[in-house]
Design a protein around this ligand. Structure first.
Ligand SMILES: [Zn+2]
Ligand SMILES: [Zn+2]
Length: 816
């Protein structure tokens, strides 16, 4: 056994172990091992943005704690690592960096540039992940932009297509005019914005008019009908008549629809192609014509007549101006309204009708619900988010995107007869944009001319097969032994994407749920309690925290910040507290290591004192509680248990109460010294083990210096998790009294500003009962030794003096 050095050099220690762990390979999944049970974590492949923030620190720490804990529990843990590469921001940044437009360079060249940028960011994030000591198995690393992953994504497309779960069609979809791509419902965020409600006069045939209220006058050219609620008595006489759409030179019919809210505006609304989802419903239900006036770039098209070519905003202004001139604006009023925006760029989305590829997801909703109920959620109430989301979906999942850096859709079209040619499973990976289909001629018309599908797949279409991919699908014959994953971690904000898409994809492909458990993390709030965000000035970068206090303390902050699933505030004092705790542990352990130099662990029974038995029983209790907490992913509870035990029971009470035995065996006896050594040796080992999943570096350092020689595990992180032994209720109860008495006397000294080693000439304890006196007499040596008494007397009767906190009948007098 080596003594711990005086100084706790946190950053040095952390760097050293991160390197050594990788060399030792202790986090590798053993593919050949068929004996141990497996535990599979569905690590969500991060999008390589180059940024690793405190939110990442929080959620990565959560699932790394689980991985480390399960490893110590004896599981063969598969903790893979992938990268979800295909992102729109990468395209945008690449365009900027090289000053090019993606459509103006050959797609393969543009893809190469995006790949370079992505690789650069992966390296940056990889460093952060290693620095946080995330125990992933780097031999499993994969990138969704690599052809080998394309192969899997494309194969899944082919299989779903053959199962008739993928279709192409012209339907209304969400469209981001800035990103110029279709986006799924899950990518639409809702924001409250201040808008203007325009009351516009529509002329009736009889010369009179109806006033409709709209926030989007620019959609007048796309107005296809005017609707009122069928029960609205005010407008009964107008139903079925026609009305003129201002500025559009068109007459439309006045219809009724239950969806019209008679209390909004005037109770008369215009239905356009498309202002919102209600328009879509109404258009479908009443088989209304489709007149789209906005194009993919967010500009007015030829259907907008004289407004063609204007942006949406310009058209709005121009139309309002014209209406004013014609005296058709009755009034305007401000309106708080919820609008859908693109989650990537915050641009208001439009609903356009376009030919796209879809996956049939809505038909799976009952299955999603059934499986969501079967899964263990940490915390349980989060399952509702998945179920509610699935039930709320109006449309199938639009999976095609009008981008370049993404997995190509493995489809071609016959130029002559438009026949769709789907790739065969053995053709993939393939890029139709640069490669022809592997057939001689069109099976339908015999033509040899094909054109590729130039649309690509939604990024979620890549990453939502991760559970199967991690298990080894489709290459490993027995991949099902690692499927479903045991745990899928996710932030609550992305349950509707990660958790949902994983669920529908795997159910559709394999008719099985992808994961058995779902671990949810909350968001990190900034120093001011608001959501942490760069633009709010409350942002703390992860490297700043790691540089100052190291990974072990940062991870403790993650674990202790709040209940699993709740939002966690970032507070510097919390990290500092964690760091001080580590120093406390280090100093206590160093003290122990110095006094254990001549100690040889023994299996023989050691004669223990009351306080030794007290500590060991408390140790069993904390082991039990920590184990229960970690089994249910309650990291804050686990950490509080370990910290309280270490700080208060081990350091403040126990170590202080046995120092005399360690220092002076000639006075207190060698056997009592051995008992203290045995207890310390056991307690520090166990504490280190309990703390290892949360703070892996300091515990490894302690283990390697003090225990490796004896315990013979390569690392504390693969040492077997301690099984709590019997709790000795009596020792705890009696020990609590002893600790309270010693604590009270020490507190008195410090209140009197006396050094703790000040001698008490005479200490008289009035135990208040025979039983208490008997208990305290058993430990008279530890009381005398710790409190430095020259003379001590323990009496069963009640007496005068200072009361011992928590024990109203126990008092003492001390003469200094
Ligand atoms: Zn956008
Ligand atoms: Zn053909």
């Amino acid at each position: 056994m080596k003594p711990l050095p005086k100084e706790f050099k946190v950053l040095q220690i952390e760097e050293k172990w991160q390197k050594r762990w990788e060399e030792m390979g202790i986090y590798r999944f053993d593919w050949k091992d068929r004996k141990r049970s497996t535990y599979v974590i569905d690590t969500p492949p991060p999008y390589p943005s180059g940024d690793f923030h405190m939110g990442n620190v929080l959620n990565w720490t959560y699932f790394d704690i689980v991985a480390r804990y399960k490893r110590m529990r004896g599981f063969n843990v598969l903790f893979p690592q992938g990268w979800d590469c295909h992102g729109l921001p990468t395209e945008v940044e690449t365009e900027k960096e090289h000053n090019i437009k993606k459509r103006e360079v050959p797609p393969d060249r543009f893809v190469k540039l995006c790949e370079q940028l992505t690789s650069k960011y992966i390296d940056v994030m990889k460093d952060s992940i290693k620095r946080l000591a995330i125990s992933v198995d780097w031999t499993t690393e994969y990138k969704t932009m690599n052809p080998d992953f394309w192969r899997r994504t494309q194969l899944s497309f082919i299989l779903l297509h053959k199962k008739d779960l993928i279709y192409q069609g012209t339907y209304p979809i969400n469209w981001c005019p800035r990103c110029e791509t279709a986006i799924a419902d899950a990518e639409v965020e809702h924001e409250t914005k201040q808008g203007t409600l325009h009351y516009i006069k529509f002329k009736l045939e009889d010369g009179d008019h109806l006033t409709i209220a709209t926030t989007r006058p620019e959609l007048l050219p796309a107005c296809v009908t005017v609707a009122v609620n069928p029960h609205d008595e005010r407008y009964k006489q107008h139903i079925g008549k026609t009305i003129a759409v201002p500025t559009a030179n068109r007459k439309v019919k006045i219809i009724t629809d239950d969806l019209v809210d008679p209390t909004f505006g005037t109770g008369v609304v215009m239905i356009c192609t498309y202002g919102d989802k209600a328009d879509v419903k109404c258009t479908k239900q009443h088989k209304l014509p489709v007149i789209m006036a906005i194009n993919e770039k967010g500009e007015m098209n030829k259907n907008a007549g004289k407004y063609a070519g204007l942006t949406i905003q310009q058209a709005k202004e121009a139309i309002v101006e014209d209406l004013k001139k014609q005296g058709l604006i009755e009034k305007t009023e401000p309106l708080q309204q919820e609008i859908g925006v693109c989650w990537r760029c915050d641009t208001p989305i439009e609903i356009l009708e376009q030919k796209q590829w879809f996956m049939k997801t809505r038909m799976l909703t009952p299955l999603v619900e059934k499986n969501a109920l079967e899964i263990t959620w940490y915390p349980d109430y989060m399952k509702k988010r998945l179920i509610d989301w699935a039930k709320s979906l109006d449309w199938d999942w639009v999976i095609s995107r009008q981008r370049i850096f993404a997995t190509p859709i493995p489809i071609w079209y016959c130029k002559k007869c438009e026949h769709i040619i789907l790739a065969e499973p053995d053709w993939v990976p393939i890029d139709p944009r640069t490669e022809p289909p592997k057939i001689d001629k069109c099976p339908k018309c015999g033509s040899t001319n094909f054109k590729p599908e130039t649309d690509v797949l939604d990024t979620w279409f890549d990453s939502s097969i991760s559970c199967a991919v991690h298990a080894g699908w489709p290459d490993k014959k027995d991949w099902q032994r690692l499927f479903p994953a045991d745990l899928h971690p996710s932030g609550y904000d992305i349950i509707r994407t990660w958790a949902y898409y994983l669920m529908v994809r795997h159910l559709a492909l394999f008719n099985q749920k992808p994961y058995k458990g779902c671990l949810i993390n909350g968001m990190v709030l900034g120093t001011d309690g608001r959501m942490m965000h760069k633009s709010l000035g409350n942002y703390v970068a992860a490297p700043e925290v790691l540089d100052k206090y190291g990974a072990d303390a940062s991870r403790q902050w993650s674990a202790t910040g709040g209940a699993t699933g709740s939002d966690i505030p970032f507070r510097w004092p919390d990290v500092e507290y964690a760091w001080r705790f580590l120093i406390k542990l280090w100093n206590a352990t160093r003290f122990a290591s110095l006094h254990l130099q001549d100690y040889t662990p023994t299996k023989k029974e050691v004669k223990l004192e009351l306080i030794d038995r007290w500590l060991l029983s408390k140790l069993n209790r904390v082991t039990q509680k920590t184990t229960e907490a970690l089994d249910t992913c309650q990291f804050n509870i686990a950490m509080e248990e370990v910290r309280n035990f270490t700080w208060h029971q081990l350091c403040d009470s126990y170590i202080e109460a046995i120092k005399h035995r360690l220092y002076k065996p000639e006075t207190y006896g060698e056997e009592k010294r051995k008992a203290a050594q045995h207890t310390l040796y056991t307690a520090i080992y166990r504490t280190s083990q309990l703390l290892a999943p949360v703070s892996p570096h300091i515990t490894e350092e302690i283990y390697q210096l003090m225990y490796a020689e004896d315990k013979k595990h390569k690392s504390i992180h693969i040492s077997p998790w301690p099984t709590p032994q019997k709790i000795d209720e009596e020792a705890e109860k009696y020990g609590d009294l002893l600790v309270a008495v010693i604590g009270e006397i020490r507190r008195e000294k410090s209140e009197k500003r006396l050094p703790l080693n000040t001698f008490i000439k005479k200490l008289t304890i009035y135990a208040g009962s025979n039983k208490s006196a008997h208990i305290l007499k058993q430990a008279i040596g530890d009381i005398a030794g710790t409190c430095k008494t020259e003379k001590i007397q323990i009496l069963p009767k009640k007496g005068e003096g200072r009361e011992v906190q928590g024990y109203t009948n126990v008092r003492y007098t001390a003469n200094y």
